[in-house]
Design a protein around this ligand. Structure first.
Ligand SMILES: *[C@@H]1O[C@H](CO)[C@@H](O)[C@H](O)[C@H]1NC(C)=O
Length: 303
């Protein structure tokens, strides 16, 4: 490849400036889990695909597991630097979980954050783990202001908690006048925890300004014996919707060639992820220039 080969690829490949946001219930993520090298390796492979990943079910009040994870992500020979934002431990009793956002510092700037108060007079303490909300800027896309709302519901109160995300939405709009908001995480939004009938009554579902990117037929569970769309991504806002390229689950069993048992050591959930388009205005001209360069390159190098 000529010295400007990598540049050529950059111009040809529109995905280079796109952005991937993921949500992964890493089932009881803590020191024990990251102590297993083969498990940590898989988690690193999963997270390296994402520019932002929301980890849920994190048990790491000392921050040691997250530090080890970042150390593995930021190996010396890699150029990109991953950073993290962790919520405080959240829960009603001794059982607590944290939300942890792991992100690429060259693609994502965290501009603000707060914990939802969860003290709405008509509906106090509805969340088992209230959203720890972050606001980011994504300079590689057209989106300079995006709010991310993490949620891991208690399965037994999933419907009430998903419904209350609408109050969180109003709170965010009032506080920041945010125009682009993404709700993501393990909502437990399916199977026995959320019937079709219940779901249709949820404000986040019935109000058509919200778009559910992971549909009801998705299976976000690792176990072969289960088929449930627990983990979801829901978006609000025109700018954001306009750059949604695709959304899917990441089947790491298949993609990384694992057995079911090996995959279950990592988690019982698959990550869900959304790809955003980047550099929209540049894209078509980039590809044209790239194609002509490739043609020129082909002619110059052929024997
Ligand atoms: C994930 O991949 C495995 C292995 O190919 C497959 O057996 C399983 O059905 C897939 N699960 C989902 C939810 O796609």
């Amino acid at each position: 490849m000529p010295p400007w080969g990598p540049l050529l690829l950059l111009l040809l490949c529109p995905c280079v400036c796109a952005l991937k946001i993921c949500a992964f219930n890493a089932q009881h993520f803590g020191e024990k889990k990251v102590a297993k090298d083969h498990v940590l390796t898989v988690i690193v492979q999963i997270l390296r695909r994402c520019d932002i990943c929301l980890l849920q079910e994190v048990h790491d009040t000392k921050g040691l597991a997250t530090a080890k994870l970042l150390g593995a992500l930021n190996r010396p020979h890699t150029s990109d630097l991953f950073l993290s934002v962790s919520s405080p431990p959240l829960g009603r009793n001794a059982y607590v979980e944290q939300y942890v956002f792991v992100y690429r510092s060259d693609k994502v700037k965290v501009t603000d954050q707060y914990k939802y108060a969860d003290n709405d007079p008509s509906n106090p303490d509805v969340f088992a783990r209230e959203p720890y909300i972050i606001r980011v800027s994504l300079p590689s896309t057209a989106l300079l202001d995006l709010v991310l709302v993490p949620q891991h519901t208690d399965p037994d109160t999933a419907a009430a908690e998903i419904n209350a995300l609408y109050d969180v939405f109003l709170d965010i709009r009032g506080r920041w006048r945010a125009e682009n908001i993404m709700f993501l995480g393990d909502f437990n939004a399916g199977c026995k925890y959320l019937s079709k009938k219940k779901r249709s009554s949820l404000r986040l579902y019935s109000d058509l300004v919200f778009h559910w990117l992971i549909g009801d037929s998705a299976d976000t569970t690792v176990r072969e014996s289960t088929n449930c769309p627990y983990d979801r991504i829901v978006v609000y806002g025109k700018e954001l919707q306009d750059i949604v390229h695709s959304a899917t689950i990441y089947n790491f069993t298949r993609e990384l060639g694992l057995s079911e048992a090996q995959a279950l050591e990592v988690s019982d959930h698959y990550p869900v992820e959304v790809d955003l388009d980047g550099c929209e205005r540049l894209l078509s001209s980039c590809s044209l220039i790239g194609l002509s360069l490739l043609a020129a390159c082909g002619m110059g190098l052929s024997p």
